[in-house]
Write a new protein. Structure first.
Length: 164
């Protein structure tokens, strides 16, 4: 699937089946995050892939808007070292992961990290060293009903040339 098609087809999926995501697919998805744009090429990201059911249950219990992570076959926790542009870099990596998942036929959902009250608890659970900030939690898996496209504002409504 080409990049533009993957962008247009990506949906937030919160209900997953039990089929596991193969390790090589998870590695390809995370590798797309590694290739994200990064300010000054700092590459502050660290990715923790969680497939263990017990750990995913704990993450789901901690993340108030990510309860479904407990039932997703995999979760990628995106952390960044606390650099000047950690949030921008981590969000770019997160978006690459979401698009790559779609391109590879894997459903996903982005759950917020940065500034949430559960960040420190998840970092401790995953044994992440001090100085790293949780940017996002990404549920990954397969779903029989990935959702319908949300309505998007028309391009003519949001595109401005030369000035607003």
């Amino acid at each position: 699937m080409d990049a533009l098609t993957a962008i247009q087809n990506r949906r937030s999926t919160r209900v997953y089946g039990t089929q596991k995501v193969p390790r090589n697919i998870l590695e390809s998805i995370v590798d797309a995050g590694r290739w994200a744009t990064t300010a000054r090429n700092v590459q502050p990201w660290e990715f923790v892939v969680v497939t263990d059911e017990g750990t995913r249950l704990k993450i789901g219990a901690l993340a108030e808007n990510g309860k479904f992570i407990a039932k997703a076959p995999a979760c990628v926790a995106v952390f960044c070292q606390d650099t000047k542009y950690y949030l921008e870099d981590g969000c770019a990596a997160t978006e690459n992961i979401l698009i790559a998942a779609t391109a590879l036929g894997v459903n996903s959902c982005w759950v917020a990290g940065d500034k949430k009250n559960y960040c420190a608890d998840i970092a401790e659970l995953l044994k992440v060293p001090a100085g790293c900030r949780l940017i996002s939690l990404i549920a990954l898996g397969y779903s029989e009903s990935p959702g319908t496209p949300p309505p998007k504002r028309p391009l003519q409504e949001v595109l401005h040339w030369e000035e607003y």
